[in-house]
Design a binder for this molecule. Structure first.
Ligand code: NAI
Ligand code: MG
Length: 399
């Protein structure tokens, strides 16, 4: 079989080290690929006025599959100040290259698995009957609609005439906001389309069926947000009834779900939600399995086959310049496993996941986060593993 080419996009800060170490793990597992580096992030914003250059889009278009570390984003004014002098005052406005990637390639399916690793000292524990300590095994996979909803970017402050007049046709707007001065109003829309809603729902049901999950939980708020959440719930019921009768459909409200998270997280399997609520519920579940060092994600367009795999964490700039890197590479390694699943290299993914599990359960190699230290350069002297040592330990288990 022809060798694959993977676009590797380290981005900023710790993005580079976690990606480099992950590629080492992939190679040690026997995954044969060529890597071409795609430019993305702060450096390219400052130098070129574009954090996601066209050449990077072209590379992804060509090779389809990308591994992505993390990027740094800064507020608008700071972004403008950091441009090189030649680009200053040219009206360039910073926008997130991650959102840019999602929208350019229609990466509307976001999948975020949250599975407990046995022996991870960061696992959630709770008090059981008779004061026992329980450590529930979480095995949840969150499907988040990735391109629309509250993150669709359709928003205004002091809305223009056309928008304001349209809003004024809604009786509730007149009643609740009609007396407020227009310049005191900000509006962020939450637009759901039937097509994208159906795609994320179907992706979640198909995943549940393929992977033996018994339920899909829709985590929205249809009793209050009637049009968008309501449409999603109705559609979920239709899809379940017509095509997945063997899978239970549960409906939870996002607020109640966050409360239940610490009560019975082991009861949830596949979870599906719109963009904002999916973001919230996936961070909630990630907290139960160890947080940012463990939270991975996949963003996919199953039609075009373009997919980007990345950890949930950011570029953690304060750790980026340490002589010895201390951050946990597991979130990036797990993201690479999702990539292997996507390209049908499932055996390889199983092998790497098994190695990661063994390292964690053995407990000999732990990065600073797993030792509950605060992230200072001296954590290595205090016995924490470096990023490289963690990757080495995983690689040793692959042998
Ligand atoms: P962050 O995720 O970069 O770091 C928050 C804290 O989490 C760190 O200080 C560290 O204590 C911990 N952490 C993160 N990754 C870790 C790892 N692999 N191992 C162990 N501990 C880890 O988020 P923060 O500080 O809010 O943002 C820093 C920069 O990253 C900002 O410019 C932000 O815009 C950007 N960002 C980028 C994201 C992305 O590229 N997907 C996502 C989130 C933030
Ligand atoms: Mg988030």
């Amino acid at each position: 079989m022809a060798k694959r080419t993977i676009v590797s996009m380290p981005g900023d800060g710790i993005g580079r080290v976690v990606l480099e170490e992950t590629i080492r793990v992939l190679e040690a597992a026997g995954f044969e690929a060529d890597y071409v580096e795609g430019d993305i992030g702060w450096e390219f914003w400052c130098k070129e006025g574009n954090p996601l250059p066209q050449r990077t889009l072209d590379l992804i278009e060509k090779h389809k599959i990308a591994l992505f570390g993390a990027i740094t984003s800064k507020p608008k004014d700071e972004a403008a100040e950091e441009l090189i002098p030649e680009l200053q005052n040219k009206g360039l406005v910073y926008s997130s290259p991650i959102v840019g990637l999602r929208q350019h390639f229609g990466l509307d399916i976001c999948m975020r698995p949250c599975r407990t690793f046995t022996g991870n000292p960061l696992n959630f524990i709770r008090r059981g009957a008779n004061d026992t300590i329980e450590e529930p095994a979480v095995d949840a996979v969150i499907f988040r609609q990735n391109t629309e909803g509250l993150y669709g970017g359709v928003e205004w402050s002091n809305p223009p005439d056309t928008v304001y007049h349209a809003l004024m046709t809604h009786p509730k707007f007149v009643k609740n906001f009609g007396e407020t001065a227009r310049e005191e109003i900000s509006v962020s829309t939450r637009i759901f389309t039937k097509n994208a809603t159906e795609r994320i729902l179907r992706a979640s049901f198909a995943f549940a069926k393929e992977n033996g999950y018994k339920s899909v939980t829709l985590c929205e708020k249809p009793n209050v947000i009637r049009e968008t959440s309501g449409m999603m719930y109705k559609m979920a019921q239709q899809i379940q009834k017509a095509d997945y009768p063997e899978i239970d459909l549960w409906n939870t409200n996002i607020d109640a779900q966050m409360m239940w998270l610490t009560k019975n997280p082991e009861n949830y399997g596949v979870i599906v939600a719109g963009n904002m609520f999916g973001d919230i519920v996936s961070d909630g579940f990630a907290g139960l399995i160890g947080g940012l060092g463990f939270a991975s994600s996949a963003q996919m367009n199953p039609d075009s086959g373009v997919a980007v795999f990345e950890p949930t964490h950011g570029s953690a700039p304060k750790y980026a310049d340490y002589d010895v890197s201390i951050v946990n590479p597991i979130a990036m390694v797990e993201s690479a496993c999702a990539m292997l699943d996507f390209i049908e290299e499932k055996e390889m993914a199983i092998k790497i996941r098994k190695a990661v599990s063994e390292v964690i359960s053995e407990g000999k190699t732990r990065t600073y986060d797993m030792m509950k230290m605060s992230g200072r350069p001296d954590v290595i002297q205090k016995g924490a593993a470096s990023t490289q040592q963690m990757a080495d330990a995983i690689i040793a288990k692959l042998a």
